[in-house]
Design a protein around this ligand. Structure first.
Ligand SMILES: C[S@@+](CC[C@H](N)C(=O)[O-])C[C@H]1O[C@@H](n2cnc3c(N)ncnc32)[C@H](O)[C@@H]1O
Length: 234
C-alpha cells in the first residue's frame, strides 16, 4: 500500500501538488519563484513563454502607443529574462529602465542573455523582490510601469498587494499597463499556472486603492491576453 502511494506521488501531477503544498506557509509567490527558478535554469527564453522577439516587440510597441518616450522611466514588474527588457533598455536613455522579479535565477540568466547581446549591465537597474509592496523604491516614482504576463500567473492576493502599494511609485501622470486572462475571478489552470479575472475585478480593486482602471482594446496578444491600464484617479 505504501509503495502504491509513493509511486503515485512520483507522478508529475501529484509531485506538483506536493511541491505547492510545501510552500503553503510562504505563500504562492514563493512556490512560483521556485517554479520559475527551475524553468529559468532549463531555458530562460522559454521560461517566460518563448516568442522571444515577437513578445519583446509587442511590449515596446504597446507602451509606445501609450506614450513612452526615451526620456521616461519604466518599472518592468516581473521582468523575467528581459524578453522585453532588452528592447526597452536599448530604446530608453541610460538608467531609465528598472526590472524586478521574484525569481533570482530568471534575473541571473536574463543578465547573461543581455551580455551576450552586447548590452551593458551598467545602463539599467534590476533587483529580486519578495513581494509587490515596492518598499525598495521609497520616495521614487516611475513614468511607466508594466506587468506583462504577471497577473496571468498570480492569485488575487498578489494583485491586491500590488494595487494597494503601487500608487506610491506612481506620480499623477504615471501609466501602469498590465495584462490578464479574462475569465471567472481567480479561476486557475494548474497545468499552465494560469489565473483569470474579469475586468470588473480590476475595476473594483483599483477604485478601492484610489486608482482608475481602463481596459485597452486592440491588444493583439498571440495567446489571447487582455490589456489594462491603471492611473491615479484625478
Ligand atoms: C511569464 S513571465 C513574463 C516575464 C516578462 N514580463 C516577459 O513578458 O517576458 C512572468 C514573470 O513574472 C514573475 N513574477 C510572478 N509573480 C511575481 C511577483 N509576485 N512579483 C514579481 N515577479 C513575479 C515571474 O517570476 C516571471 O519571471
Amino acid at each position: 500500500m505504501l509503495q502504491v502511494l509513493l509511486a503515485s506521488l512520483r507522478q508529475p501531477r501529484q509531485a506538483k501538488l506536493l511541491d505547492k503544498l510545501g510552500f503553503i506557509g510562504r505563500g504562492y509567490s514563493a512556490y512560483y519563484a521556485a517554479f520559475m527558478d527551475r524553468r529559468a535554469a532549463a531555458d530562460p527564453r522559454s521560461a517566460v513563454g518563448g516568442m522571444w522577439d515577437e513578445m519583446g516587440e509587442l511590449q515596446l510597441a504597446t507602451l509606445s502607443q501609450q506614450g513612452l518616450q526615451p526620456r521616461h522611466t519604466l518599472l518592468d514588474i516581473g521582468c523575467g529574462s528581459f524578453r522585453a527588457g532588452r528592447k526597452f533598455i536599448r530604446y530608453l536613455e541610460p538608467g531609465r529602465y528598472t526590472g524586478i522579479d521574484i525569481s533570482p535565477r530568471i534575473i541571473e540568466e536574463g543578465k547573461k542573455l543581455l551580455l551576450a547581446e552586447g548590452i551593458s549591465l551598467d545602463v539599467f537597474a534590476c533587483r529580486v523582490v519578495n513581494d509587490l509592496r515596492f518598499a525598495e523604491f521609497a520616495g521614487q516614482t516611475f513614468d511607466f510601469l508594466l506587468a506583462q504576463s504577471v497577473f496571468t500567473h498570480t492569485p488575487a492576493a498578489v494583485i491586491e498587494e500590488c494595487f494597494a502599494h503601487v500608487g506610491r511609485v506612481m506620480h499623477p501622470g504615471s501609466v501602469f499597463c498590465f495584462t490578464f486572462f479574462e475569465g471567472a475571478d481567480g479561476s486557475y489552470d494548474g497545468a499552465m499556472e494560469n489565473f483569470a479575472y474579469r475586468p470588473a475585478f480590476f475595476d473594483a480593486l483599483a477604485a478601492r486603492h484610489g486608482l482608475r482602471f481602463e481596459p485597452i482594446a486592440g491588444f493583439a496578444h498571440p495567446r489571447g491576453q487582455k490589456l489594462g491600464r491603471l492611473s491615479h484617479r484625478p
